[in-house]
Structures are given as C-alpha cells and as structure tokens.
Design a binder for this molecule. Structure first.
Ligand code: SAM
Length: 230
C-alpha cells in the first residue's frame, strides 16, 4: 500500500470524502489517505495531524515524494488541535485506531461547540463507543459500511451534524448496517457468533452453564442471532 494504491480499508474511507472537501486526517501516519485524494484531485487541501514525531516524519516523506508541499500541511498536535479556524476544514477523517481513542479525540476537539460538516471514522474496535459519542454530541449517522481487508473486518461510519436516537441494538450493530446488511457485516457477525458458540460449547463440556460468563455469552448469541435473523 502507498498513496497511489490504497488498501481496501483506506480506499473505502476515501470513497466517502466529498469532492472539493477541505480535509483534516487525524492520526495520519504516512498520510496515504490525504495524499491519495490530493493526487487524484478529489480534494485541493488537507492537514495531516499527528501526535508523534516519527509518523509526522512519514508524512513529510510522502509530501516530498509527491511534491504536495503546497496542499498537504503536516501538523504535530494532539487530535483536532491540529486544526485552526483559518483552515476552513469541513471534513475530518480518523482511521485505524480504537473507538475509545477516536471518541476521546472527538470529545477533546468539540469543547467549543465546533461542528464539522462530515466525519468519516474507521474505528478498529469499540465501534459502539463511537456511535454513542456521535449520538450524545449532536451528530447523526449518514451512512456506514463494513469492508473486509486482509481477513479483517473494518467498520466505517459517516456522520453529519444532527440528532438521532439509536437503540442499544443499533449502537452495537449499526442502524444502516442493520438495514442494508452488507455482506462483510454479515460475515463479521457470523464469525463472532461462531466464536462465542465455540466458547459456550467448552463451558458446557466443563459443566459451567450456571456461570455468569456462560449467561453473558448466551446473551451475546441471542443478540447476534436477532441482528442476523438466524
Ligand atoms: N490513519 C492511518 C491509517 O488508518 O492507516 C494511520 C493509523 S495508525 C495505526 C494510528 C496513528 O494515530 C499513529 O500514527 C499515531 O501516532 C496516531 N495518533 C494516536 N493518537 C493520536 C492523537 N491523539 N492525535 C493525533 N494522532 C494520534
């Protein structure tokens, strides 16, 4: 993977960035995502925010390699502190991190009531934590999907300002996923169902059906079966 050839995961995130967006990619590392969008002329300005100097050096390498110095700005900063009002950023991407860290970055970056026109978020885990933060902070989902890349499943959430109330089931499985039922989403949850069933079978053979752990797994299996319509 590089800026010219994105992974399926990052290509999916990129596909939700609107033409002409002014983008802040937070936790950019190598900056492949903004560099790709700039090289393909989908966007004309981006900030690559990084909290660590090593990844920021990767950003600079990418800027030099593709001569993007005028349009891709590297910033060493914690989260959305990389963005100033003068940047006129309308779109934020945060990809490849845990959902709790993404929610924390969003919380720290929204203390002044700031709202971005579009958030494109790709949490690796704890996706429900991100959906909950969005719901509690006046963003609503516009779309979501799941992409399979190298035998991993990655969820991508697209949020815009607005309010929607989501049920516990929707926070866990995704309101749009439940409606559209993307194939990768079904495979992801079918695998989780199989994994939990395997653990339950082991607990059963150890005669531990009466444990809290077993009841917790039973609950998970019920939720997944209902979501998948098994
Ligand atoms: N976004 C790229 C992707 O999806 O391929 C890189 C993901 S990489 C696993 C996560 C990056 O986030 C690291 O380079 C790390 O330094 C950066 N990071 C972690 N916490 C951050 C924060 N609070 N603010 C900015 N960058 C952060």
């Amino acid at each position: 993977m590089d800026a010219l050839q994105l992974s399926r995961r990052l290509a999916t995130v990129a596909s939700y960035v609107r033409d002409g967006a002014r983008l802040a990619d937070i936790g950019s590392d190598h900056a492949y995502l903004p560099a790709n969008l700039l090289l393909n002329k989908h966007i004309s300005f981006a900030i690559a925010g990084e909290v660590a100097q090593g990844p920021l050096d990767n950003v600079q390498t990418e800027i030099n390699r593709h001569r993007l110095g005028d349009v891709l700005v590297p910033r060493l900063a914690n989260g959305l502190a990389a963005v100033t009002p003068e940047d006129l950023i309308d779109t934020v991407t945060i990809a490849g991190m845990g959902g709790r860290l993404i929610a924390q970055i969003l919380a720290d970056g929204h203390t002044d009531g700031q709202r971005y026109q579009r958030l494109i978020l790709q949490p690796n885990i704890d996706i429900d934590v991100v959906r909950t933060w969005l719901m509690d902070n006046d963003y609503q989902l516009e779309d979501e999907t799941v992409v399979e890349d190298d035998d991993h499943f990655y969820e991508v959430l697209i949020a815009v300002p607005g309010h929607a109330d989501y049920s516990e089931t929707e926070l866990k499985f995704g309101p749009f996923n439940l409606e559209k039922r993307p194939e990768a989403w079904q495979t992801k949850w079918q695998r989780e169902y199989d994994r939990v069933k395997t653990i339950m079978a082991k607990l059963e053979s150890a005669n531990k059906q009466d444990s809290d752990a077993y009841r917790e797994y039973q609950q998970q299996v019920t939720e997944i079966s209902e979501a998948l319509g098994l």
